[in-house]
Design a protein around this ligand. Structure first.
Ligand code: WT7
Length: 653
């Protein structure tokens, strides 16, 4: 065993020096894209995307217009076409005789298994769509979804799509108050939630917890509750209904209602530079085109034979695009797993790959690092030979984790696609095409066909070999259309630096001689913890809402496992003493306000925070202190003595 391990370690060490991994011949022989003519075909991006839209999507009314760019940055795609997203994900496959194909192999936390075919999914979606309609949900009404990783979450999303009610899914890890905030700002009329959610053998009563938070929402007239765990939950007469009862009572037939291509399919709240989350708006025709195209090209999908598994939660964009809309639009078979990667044991993922014969596996670098830390003996317990392609998303992957993934999980035979994209982009934008281009560990690769990217200096020149701001210089179909109810913030956030045709991503990056793009990090106040996006302002506002706190500054610091971790610098109100107990209370307070994912890893109580003369907290300096760096420019500090005191406090254990 020891010998085996040391030889594996040695092998991994050796591979760290390999700069580039060409696609294996066996992979190329069967790949979807093996010819770089695909980039020539996309020389006219608008025509390329229009062709994808025509061939991959079924339209109720064909479109004539590709991109309407007459009012930048408010671009539209295929605006004179109509279609229904749930029709494209379900009906057309059933009509083509593929109703018995498995859409999801669902695997529950306690080992339960459910096989859900396209026909079964369609039946439930029609009933739920009718049930929502009967309760007064109309086209254009927003419906909140707060569900764990159970099949009903897919039914809920597609039922909304069927009747043109934009959904807004809130990640199950967010606190009830965050759910209420999102429902309130989106004027949601209905919520689909669950009695209780399971996590590592424990059940939390979701509905009971959410009830208080939603009590005052005046627009919310309907709450549908999935009975998933049997924990008792309060039900409000006239407002609340159980999901199973609603389905049983509903008419089984609900024809898909064609929507204009630009009808909003969903809102997804994401963190930005302020405490107020941004309601990112995605529309129907362009989004579906983007996810169907990229799911096919980047994942080399063969829908008849592949078993695809994206381990993300549906509450994030990755789950929307590559658990629900992309795979279903393409008629793929997927695995959906309710649980955590280490429950009941740390080999559960590898057990599921073996059990369901997963061929394409898509996960996050932070998860790969955790698995690497747990040890290669867990994957070694299982036969992973069904795998043929691996993917990562959410943050840069360090070469060591890349090589471990390649060697231990991929058996050295699977290409890895490092997919760069964002909630805003809707679909993958930068990646290698696995049958065509070599992978370079740590680099996402090249802009996909139809995607135009550049790296700019602050004054808008080409950054050349230097790091620069990553920008996207042409509109693409799956791009966000605006921020819900806030066109101005949309323009300011993404299009104020280089004009209305240059989308500013918010990442810095560098490009190598082959044009491969490597992401360096965020250029705004966004922290990326385990691939989850949080804003420093959100955490700070949660902290200062506690009576003991005067001021707070949250920063992201490098973390071996989670990429970044949150460190909060806190000044207390006069008369309040710092203590370990208070620290625990404040961490719990943040968990209550936002969710456990936002809990600071470390809290440092300080007498003062460094500020400019105008009173702005200088996060850059705090970051320098926290990461033990030499201090940057301190000349704008209001009170220079603050830094010495701060440094003394941080160094003290
Ligand atoms: C930010 C977007 C898109 C799904 C998950 C996160 C970072 C994303 C990569 C990658 C390096 C990446 C960027 C981006 N990011 N993918 N392959 N390599 N960084 O979605 O919450 O909208 O965050 O995640 O910083 O801007 P998100």
């Amino acid at each position: 065993m020891t010998d085996l391990h040391s030889s594996l370690d040695r092998h991994i060490e050796d591979l760290l020096d390999v700069p580039s991994f060409p696609p294996p011949a066996a992979f190329v022989r069967q790949a979807v894209v093996t010819d770089d003519g695909v980039f020539d075909a996309a020389a006219d991006a608008e025509e390329w995307w229009s062709e994808q839209a025509r061939t991959r999507i079924d339209w109720a009314t064909p479109f004539r217009t590709g991109c309407n760019d007459s009012n930048p940055p408010f671009f539209t795609w295929f605006e004179d076409g109509t279609l229904n997203a749930s029709y494209n994900c379900l009906d057309r496959h059933v009509e083509a005789g593929r109703g018995d194909r498995v859409a999801f192999h669902w695997h529950g936390e306690e080992g339960e298994q459910r096989t859900i075919t396209y026909a079964e999914l369609l039946a439930d979606v029609q009933r739920l769509a009718n049930a929502l309609r009967e309760r007064g949900v109309r086209k254009g009404d927003v419906v909140g979804i707060y569900l764990p990783m159970i099949p009903e979450v897919v039914v809920a999303m597609l039922a909304c799509a069927r009747i043109g009610a934009p959904h807004t899914v809130v990640f199950g890890g967010f606190a009830p108050s965050s759910v209420a905030e999102r429902l309130e700002v989106s004027n949601a009329v209905a919520l689909i939630t669950v009695d209780g959610a399971r996590r590592k053998g424990r059940t939390t009563p979701t509905k009971a917890a959410v009830d208080d938070a939603i009590a005052d929402l005046s627009d919310l007239h309907t709450v549908v509750v999935v009975r998933a765990t049997g924990v008792t939950c309060p039900m409000t007469d006239g407002r609340d209904v159980f999901y199973d009862a609603a389905l049983a009572a509903a008419d089984p037939v609900c024809p898909a209602d064609p929507m204009p291509a630009e009808h909003p399919l969903f809102l997804l709240y994401s963190s930005g530079s302020t405490a107020k989350p941004k309601g990112i708006v995605h529309t129907t025709g362009g989004y579906l085109t983007g996810v169907a195209t990229t799911h096919s090209l980047v994942f080399d999908l063969k829908p008849d034979t592949d078993v695809f598994w994206c381990t993300a939660d549906v509450g994030w964009i990755t789950g929307h695009s590559y658990i629900v809309y992309g795979p279903l639009a393409n008629g793929a078979t997927s695995v959906m797993f309710e649980g955590a990667p280490d429950y009941p044991d740390k080999d559960i993922w590898w057990e599921l790959i073996e059990r369901y014969g997963v061929t394409i596996f898509y996960t996050a670098p932070t998860a790969i690092r955790a698995c690497m830390k747990w040890g290669s003996e867990y994957p070694a317990r299982h036969d992973l030979s069904s795998l043929r392609l691996l993917g990562t998303v959410g943050e840069p992957i360090n070469p060591k984790a890349w090589v471990w993934y390649h060697t231990v999980i991929g058996g050295g035979r699977c290409p890895i696609v490092d997919t760069w994209w964002q909630t805003e982009t809707g679909a993958i934008m930068i990646s290698t095409l696995p049958g065509l281009q070599p992978a370079k560990p740590g680099s996402a690769g090249l802009p996909l066909p139809g995607v135009r990217a550049a790296l700019l200096t602050p004054s808008g020149e080409d950054a050349g070999d230097d790091p620069g701001y990553l920008v996207l210089t042409a509109p693409w179909p799956a791009m966000l259309r605006t921020l819900h109810g806030d066109d101005q913030r949309y323009v300011e956030t993404y299009f104020s630096t280089f004009g209305p045709r240059t989308y500013v991503v918010g990442d810095s990056a560098r490009r190598d001689r082959d044009g491969y793009i490597s992401i360096i990090g965020r250029i705004d106040d966004v922290i990326n913890v385990s691939g989850h996006r949080l804003s420093t302002a959100e955490v700070e506002s949660a902290l200062v809402s506690h009576a003991a706190v005067a001021e707070a500054a949250a920063i992201g610091v490098h973390d071996e496992l989670t990429g970044q971790a949150i460190v909060a610098f806190v000044t207390l109100r006069a008369g309040v003493e710092s203590s370990a107990e208070l620290e625990a209370t404040l961490r719990e307070h943040v968990a209550q306000r936002i969710g456990k994912l936002a809990r600071p890893q470390r809290m440092i109580f300080v007498a003062d925070l460094p500020k400019t003369r105008s009173g702005k907290i200088m996060r850059r300096l705090i970051r320098d202190v926290a990461e033990g760096r030499e201090l940057g420019d301190v000349t704008t500090l209001g009170d220079p003595t603050v830094m010495a005191a701060l440094q003394a406090q941080v160094v003290r254990p």
